[in-house]
Each structure stands twice: as structure tokens, then as C-alpha cells.
Design a protein around this ligand. Structure first.
Ligand code: AMP
Ligand code: MG
Length: 360
């Protein structure tokens, strides 16, 4: 299949820009499009065959559910059984925006979209191109990130092209996305509601609106053995997979900055002595401590939103450089730092090293 790439200027987009894409989607095809978080790979969420094509194009395990994207709050009717009061409050506060909520699904939503679950995840993206596309297609769009399953999510159309050219019908190129990491996911079917994936909308922002929420164990797990312990079963199977990963072996170092820097320096030297190409993920604050062609600053610790926006592109850049090993500093905080670390730990397949323990 030839993948059509269509550039759309977000400032000037018109209804005509979406006619072909809408047509493809109504007929059960696949169209990748920008959202404010990452690029999504869209298909008609109410058509099981169309949803199946998403899994095939991405190589995604079929038990990993898809998020359904809508353009109007009224589109929720038909998708969900009931709208809990707290969900209505969050919807009014954060939609359109990077917040996904989980509800009991209606029969209209096929199991092919929800990975076999009786619940459905829904969000309204805050991006003009995404909203226009949903309206033009006249169907809710199931849309996971538009990458090959397991690889870093796409934040530019060229990332989508690298992974999915020839496997999908169309890519709408609307330039680089703004936020750069996936939406916050909150399960509204339990009380109190539970955060299943951290994102740009933080726990504090949610609790300010609806009071206390729980956070799923997977979000805070630092060790793969913590998942699957105590008969703990992840809410959605997708939560347990290695994700967002670059081709090189990634190791994250936590601890006090001085120890982290010295452990990364030592490990870098020893890997290089073995003839390996070693990448380093550092920050504006620490970059002067490292030298070499594959040392990349991901941004300043004082601006976590920039770090989030750069994260996946930096991981993909390492793939292009052909490094064998990547050594990364870690990020903290309850806000965006937690979302960033959640992605990095999964990208590293839980290879997290405590530099303080090794040092002493
Ligand atoms: P993405 O891969 O970014 O499209 O995000 C999809 C993720 O949303 C899945 O891997 C799950 O973690 C979560 N998700 C989607 N639908 C559900 C659901 N019905 N219940 C629980 N989690 C869900
Ligand atoms: Mg994804």
C-alpha cells in the first residue's frame, strides 16, 4: 500500500483538507494524525475490522486496549453506560485535553477496540487537526500512538513515516506536537478513581477538582518484580509491556546527582573500552560533566515540559546514531517528572540502577 502524506497548516486548515482522510476512515482504513500529546493512528472505533488493522499495522498485542477519541462531549453517549459525577467534573475541567477516562462500555463499542475488556477509554484531544478529522469522519476514532509497538511514540510526522510507511493509508502532517508524552489515564469505574498512567494532567490537578484519587502500582513500580506480586493484575494488559524503547540497551541511574554523574562516567568508560558506542541522556545542568559525540541534553531540569517534549525524539535520535548502550539520568517530582520517569523506566525495561548504593 502507498501511504499518502498530506501536510496541513494548523493555522489555516479548512474542511476540504480532511475530506479524503474522513472518507478513508469511514471505509475502515487507517489515518495517522497529530494530537497535542503524540501522533495517533486512527480507525473507526465502532468497526471491529478497522480496529484490527491498527493492531496489525503496529504489531500491537491484541489484548492491549485502544483509546477512543471524540470531538464533542455529546459523543460520549452511545459509548459509555453512565457518566459518574466526578467524571463530568473532570471532563468540564480538562476536555479537550490530555486526560483519558475509563468507563463501562456499551454494546456498540466492539471488544476488538477494548482488547476484550468491558470498559472503554475515551478522550477529547485538544488539537485542531485531530478535532476536525474526527468531525469530518463522523465516527469516534480509536487511536493509539502511531508507532511500531514497543518503539518510542511519534512526536513528528517523520517518526510515523519511519515506522508505518506502506502499512497505513494516510499520514496528516501537522508539524511537531506540543506536549510529547501520552495522556493521563484515570479509571472512573472504581471509587476513588485510579490513575493508571501519569501524564501532563497531574494527580494534584485532578485532586483539586474531585478530591483524593488512587495511583496504580504499575505507575510507581521501579522494579519489574513489583508487578505481578501479591496476585496483582494490571488493569489493562498493556500496562505491563516494555514500551517506548530505543534499539540500544538503556540503563537509568538514580541517586544524588554527584553519584549519578560519576557512575555514568565510569560505566561509559568501561563500555567504550569494550568497543561500544555509548549514548548519555543528561540535562542542561549536568552536560558539562560528560564528553563525547553521543552525549545529549534533553533539556533543563527547571523546565520539565521541555524534557517531556524532547523525550521520544531523543530516544529515536539515539537509534539513528546507532549507539549500543544508553546511560540516562533520572527525573523526580510528583508532577510531570513522574510521567517522564514512568516512560523512561519502561523504555529501559526496568533497568534502574541506584548510584548511591553502588558508590558506598
Ligand atoms: P496508547 O498505547 O498510548 O494508545 O494507550 C493505550 C493504553 O490505555 C493501554 O495500553 C492501556 O494502558 C490504557 N487503556 C485503554 N483502554 C483501557 C481500558 N478499557 N481499561 C484500562 N486501561 C485502558
Ligand atoms: Mg503507545
Amino acid at each position: 500500500m502507498d501511504t499518502i502524506v498530506k501536510k496541513i497548516d494548523i493555522e489555516q486548515c479548512k474542511k476540504e483538507d480532511f475530506i479524503q482522510a474522513g472518507d478513508i476512515l469511514r471505509k475502515g482504513g487507517l489515518v495517522a494524525f497529530p494530537t497535542e500529546t503524540v501522533y495517533g493512528l486512527g480507525a473507526d472505533a465502532l468497526n471491529s475490522d478497522a480496529a484490527a488493522k491498527i493492531y496489525e499495522a503496529k504489531g500491537r498485542p491484541s489484548d492491549n486496549p485502544l483509546i477512543v477519541h471524540i470531538a464533542e462531549k455529546s459523543d460520549l453517549k452511545g459509548l459509555i453506560r453512565e457518566l459518574p459525577k466526578k467524571a463530568e467534573i473532570l471532563m468540564d475541567a480538562f476536555w479537550p485535553g490530555p486526560l483519558t477516562m475509563i468507563f463501562q462500555k456499551t454494546e456498540q463499542v466492539p471488544y476488538g477496540t477494548t482488547g476484550g475488556l468491558d470498559t472503554v477509554a475515551v478522550r477529547m484531544p485538544n488539537h485542531r487537526i485531530a478535532l476536525e478529522l474526527i468531525r469530518e469522519s463522523q465516527v469516534p476514532l480509536a487511536a493509539p500512538s502511531a508507532n511500531t509497538s514497543g518503539r518510542p511514540s511519534p512526536t513528528m510526522a517523520k517518526h510515523v513515516y519511519e515506522d508505518l510507511n506502506g502499512r497505513i493509508d494516510m499520514i496528516l502532517d501537522g508539524g511537531a506536537v506540543g506536549i510529547g508524552i501520552e495522556s493521563t489515564i484515570v479509571d472512573m469505574t472504581v471509587e476513588p478513581p485510579m490513575i493508571l498512567r501519569p501524564g501532563y494532567i497531574t494527580r494534584e490537578m485532578i485532586e483539586q477538582k474531585i478530591g483524593p484519587v488512587q495511583v496504580d502500582k504499575v505507575v510507581v513500580a521501579k522494579d519489574i518484580s513489583q508487578i505481578g506480586k501479591d496476585n496483582y493484575v494490571p488493569k489493562a494488559p498493556g500496562m505491563k509491556y516494555k514500551h517506548y524503547a530505543p534499539k540500544a540497551d538503556l540503563f537509568m541511574y538514580e541517586g544524588c546527582m554527584e553519584n549519578v554523574i560519576s557512575m555514568i562516567q565510569k560505566r561509559k568508560e568501561s563500555e567504550e573500552a569494550k568497543g561500544k558506542k555509548v549514548g548519555v541522556i543528561c540535562t542542561e545542568e549536568s552536560k558539562r560533566n560528560y564528553s563525547g559525540p553521543y552525549v545529549v541534553s534533553i533539556g533543563s531540569r527547571l523546565q520539565e515540559d521541555t524534557i517531556a517534549a524532547n523525550l521520544y525524539a531523543v530516544l529515536r535520535d539515539f537509534d539513528e546514531m546507532g549507539v549500543d548502550v544508553i546511560l540516562g539520568e533520572t527525573f523526580y517530582g510528583d508532577g510531570l517528572g513522574q510521567a517522564i520517569m514512568n516512560r523512561l523506566i519502561k523504555a529501559a525495561g526496568y533497568q534502574l540502577i541506584n548510584a548511591d548504593e553502588i558508590k558506598e
